[in-house]
Design a protein around this ligand. Structure first.
Ligand SMILES: Cc1ncc(COP(=O)(O)O)c(C=O)c1O
Length: 590
């Protein structure tokens, strides 16, 4: 037995000459060590950009020219060829293509383990250039209309870290949308960048914040003449897309690049009913959470560089910076999944999304027909910086239901083992992928929603959710589920029976300084007026309520205590059970 699964026993490929040595221990920039070489540039010149709405090719159509190139998955194919030729695997990982893996793991993951290889394998990421890995990244750049694309194996979070670290070379300030994802805050801590926050207006009706308006960004940039970039989020977790064109124009008129966290928008480019994607709208650096909607593996992501040149976002600088926050052993499975997902959407994205949209329209109508429920949709366009809405987001509005979001989510879990992406007071997000049978899966959701709402009445709503058994509430998604990160909550008290988060405290120092400063541990009660040393986040929805360097207000302390009492998960506390947090020992204001 040679350990190679039969399905991978393809014809072995003749290797090209070894043109570059690679000493594994000295690999500093594992994936994309430098700027594109001449051979990759030649490849770039030989192909045209993929149109925003790709031509649909029937599965059997003979592909030719640059279409054929886009249908290829060169890196994934190179992995398969490697596995198939039964190589001498005198390299990591120790499971040696699966034969040395635990039998249970081998049984569960099957053939995939044979594709799990390290960097520096001839004919895959080293050797004759362009290597399959270079070609794969290049094809991704072509597909998304980028000047350069990097494959990432530590999520969209890694892209934020790279962007912040690259910008930090200037030592300047950066204008940052306040309701950015926590990964951007971590990037600020890592890099030491000094953020000037721009906070979108709170949508009091929904209790969430949406997108930054170009005028608000312009005002912030004008107050911050030494800003080296602006950092915004679009679309938000809730599907609201910003006026990225307007934001880019505001930035470019002031001589700074626009960075867009498009973690929820890798699919936008592939259908005209979707909001315009950030690169097409003029963004200069785009963070893409490829795994979220288009089917690459969890933790895989991409970073796209736009057409304009900026010294603070120079291609070589970004490549080198990526090396600082990359493993020297990136998972070939994750990289291969990016290549495969790219080929899939390039070939078939338009058709898949058209079908998903049609089925999603039906599903939304079915949910709207349930008494007490609505769904967010294009009607929110025009509010608080929202330029467009992603119709593939399924955000269920529960404001008129007899119970709040957590209570309904608890019921869905118990009734039909339905696990949601995000559970908030007013909104539940049921996530879909572009190639998912939405009609079929949606039936289960609609059925469970109907059953849940029949069983919950205003009088027993508390028992069904967070206000009831705190242990259960924790299981449902406050702490226990992947109820993600997201659109931000401003906060001012109660709307009806629902708690809404209070305004953010004043920033008094840069996140990095606060994070590493001498600290004390105090109870939430005693934290009022003190400067926070961590990012404190209520899950859901996961936008930092307090950042390192921001002052706790009494309202924030009360809100965080109340959310904890309701069974929500507070991340970033010192000791969640004891309700203690880290504050600065010495107040910079005193
Ligand atoms: C807006 C936004 N940016 C970045 C991220 C981080 O993505 P990842 O989990 O791929 O690191 C998330 C995660 O949900 C997000 O919502």
């Amino acid at each position: 037995m040679d350990g190679t699964p039969p399905s991978l026993k393809l014809k072995a490929r003749k290797l090209g000459p070894i043109t570059s040595g690679c000493v594994k221990e000295s690999v500093a920039e594992p994936i994309s060590a430098a700027m594109h070489t001449e051979s990759v540039r030649a490849l770039i010149d030989a192909t045209g950009p993929v149109p925003r709405v790709p031509i649909e090719l029937p599965a059997t159509a003979p592909a030719s020219g640059h279409e054929a190139l886009h249908l290829e998955a060169p890196y994934l194919e190179a992995l398969v060829e490697y596995a198939a030729r039964q190589p001498g695997r005198f390299h990591v990982p120790g499971h040696k293509g699966g034969i040395g893996a635990s039998p249970r793991l081998a049984h569960l993951l099957g053939d995939g383990l044979a594709l799990d290889i390290p960097l520096c394998i001839e004919g895959i990421d080293i050797g004759v250039e362009p290597t399959p890995l270079q070609r794969a990244e290049f094809l991704a750049a072509r597909t998304w209309g980028a000047r350069r694309t990097w494959f990432l194996v530590n999520g969209a979070s890694q892209a934020s870290h790279v962007a912040c670290l690259a910008l930090a070379q200037t030592g300047g300030r950066v204008v940052v949308q306040r309701n950015v994802h926590i990964s951007t805050v971590h990037g600020l801590v890592l890099s030491g960048l000094r953020p000037v926050f721009a906070t979108p207006q709170l949508d009091l009706e929904l209790g969430i914040t949406h997108c930054l308006e170009p005028g608000a960004l312009a005002a912030r940039l004008d107050e911050t003449p030494d800003a080296v970039a602006a950092f915004v989020v679009s679309p938000t977790y809730f599907g609201a897309a910003a006026d990225v064109r307007g934001l880019a124009a505001v930035c470019h008129e002031r001589g700074v690049p626009l960075i867009v966290d498009e973690a929820w928008g890798a699919h936008l480019r592939f259908h005209e009913r979707l909001p315009e994607d950030a690169l097409a709208a003029g963004a200069d650096l785009v963070i893409s959470g490829t795994h979220k909607l288009i089917g690459s593996l969890t933790q895989s992501a991409m970073l796209h560089l736009g057409a304009r040149s900026w010294p603070q976002l120079d291609e070589g600088l970004l490549s080198r910076t990526l090396g600082l926050v990359s493993s020297t052993s990136p998972s070939s499975l994750l990289l291969g999944s990016l290549d495969g997902a790219r080929a899939h959407v390039a070939a078939d994205g338009g058709r898949l999304i058209a079908r998903a949209l049609a089925e999603m329209d039906e599903l939304k109508s079915a949910i709207r027909a349930i008494d007490g429920l609505d769904v967010l949709d294009e009607r929110i366009v025009g509010r608080h910086g929202i330029r467009a809405y992603d119709p593939l987001r399924l955000a269920i509005d529960v404001r008129h239901a007899p119970c709040d979001g957590p209570a309904l989510a608890t019921a869905l879990l118990h009734i039909a083992d339905i696990n949601l992406e995000l559970i908030a007071q007013h909104v539940l997000i049921a996530h879909v992928g572009i190639a998912e049978p939405i009609r079929e899966h949606g039936l289960r959701l609609v059925d469970a929603l109907q059953q849940a709402l029949t069983s919950i009445t205003p009088s027993n709503a508390g028992e069904a959710g967070a206000a009831g058994d705190a242990g259960e509430a924790g299981d449902v998604g406050f702490g226990g589920s992947h109820a993600g990160d997201a659109g931000g909550v401003g906060v001012v008290g109660e709307v009806g029976c629902r708690l809404v988060a209070p305004a953010f405290g004043d920033p008094v120092m840069a996140p990095r300084e606060a994070f590493f400063a001498a600290h004390q541990r105090v109870s939430l009660e005693d934290a009022a007026g003190r400067v926070c040393a961590d990012s404190i986040v209520v899950y859901p929805p996961g936008i930092a309520n307090v950042l390192p360097g921001e002052r706790f207000t009494p309202q924030l302390c009360a809100y965080l205590s109340e959310m904890q009492a309701r069974g929500c998960c507070l991340k970033g506390t010192w000791d969640a059970a004891a309700g203690t947090v880290r504050v600065l020992a010495d107040d910079p204001g005193s």
